[in-house]
Each structure stands twice: as structure tokens, then as C-alpha cells.
Design a protein around this ligand. Structure first.
Ligand code: AMP
Length: 146
């Protein structure tokens, strides 16, 4: 099935063009298209909407502080089974697997693997993708001056 997914290069990584380019190459290597890519800056309000299922968890304040701390780079990705394909190359939140973006890319910029500052976000379902893309579009419009 042709799906859309939302991929977001997180703060501290989005300001490294070599990281963005490497992630784009991974997406293209999966046979997927990047139909939109923009720098965006998450407000606390839109961070809460994006991460709604985590609001109230012990790590949420740290996550919101991080995700609103600097510019992110959002992409809308489209293609056959896009959501599952991207999740596989992104890797798990805890102990990301060898060869995955979350495991390998921190090294590119001399950083350690970290559970919160874990390089990239990718939608986990079609429902999440639709919601996250709507938030991204809203951010693009509200961040026009970035
Ligand atoms: P997930 O939906 O699993 O990707 O979780 C959302 C984001 O919250 C992750 O990508 C991390 O940035 C952060 N996160 C998830 N679980 C933890 C945790 N146990 N401790 C710290 N940050 C976390």
C-alpha cells in the first residue's frame, strides 16, 4: 500500500547537513520519495500535540525541552509500506540495533547514543502520520521566517 510517513530530524542533528543528507540517502535507498522537506521550530503547544501519547510520562518534560530547543528538519515521505520501512532503518528507541540511523548517526558528529536525543522521529502508524504531517504543515506556516 502507498503510504505517507513523517520523518523529523531532531534538534542538534538537523543543523548538521551531512546528517540530513545521509538520512535522505537512507530514505531513497528504500525506494521512497521525499515529497516535502523544511526546517521547522516546534512550539511547546505543537510538541504536546505531536507527542500527545507521552505527555504526563516522567520523561516528557525533558523531551519537550529538547524538541523545542532548536530547529528540526521535517520531511513527508511517500511510497510502498513507507511507515514500516522507515521504522526499520530508524531503529528502536532503547538500544537501537546495529546499522540503524539511531545507532550509527550520532558517531558522524561525535555524539553518543541517547534515548531522548535519538537523531530522528518516524511515524508509527497511518493515524500518527496524518496527525504529525498536519502539525508539520501548521509549523511551516507559522515558522515562515526561519
Ligand atoms: P517514541 O514514540 O518511542 O519514539 O518516543 C518518543 C520519543 O520520546 C523518543 O524518540 C525519545 O526521544 C523520547 N523517549 C521515549 N522513551 C524515552 C525514555 N524512556 N526516556 C527518555 N526519552 C524517551
Amino acid at each position: 500500500m502507498i503510504e505517507k510517513s513523517y520523518v523529523m530530524v531532531k534538534p542538534g542533528f538537523a543543523n548538521h547537513i551531512e546528517v540530513i543528507n545521509e538520512i535522505k540517502k537512507c530514505i531513497w535507498a528504500l525506494g521512497l520519495k521525499i515529497i516535502k522537506g523544511e526546517y521547522v521550530s516546534y512550539s511547546p503547544d505543537l510538541a504536546k500535540k505531536h507527542y500527545a501519547e507521552h505527555v504526563g510520562k516522567d520523561f516528557y518534560p525533558k523531551l519537550e525541552k529538547y524538541i523545542t530547543s532548536d530547529v528540526a528538519y521535517g520531511m513527508i515521505v511517500e511510497g510502498e509500506n513507507a511507515i514500516a520501512k522507515i521504522r526499520r532503518v530508524v531503529g528502536s528507541t532503547k538500544n537501537p540495533e546495529k546499522g540503524t540511523i539511531r545507532r550509527e548517526m550520532p558517531k558522524m558528529i561525535g555524539r553518543e547514543i541517547d534515548t531522548t536525543e535519538n537523531v530522528v522521529h518516524a511515524s508509527d502508524s497511518q493515524e500518527s502520520a496524518e496527525k504529525e504531517i498536519a502539525i508539520f504543515e501548521k509549523l511551516i506556516n507559522s515558522n515562515e521566517k526561519i
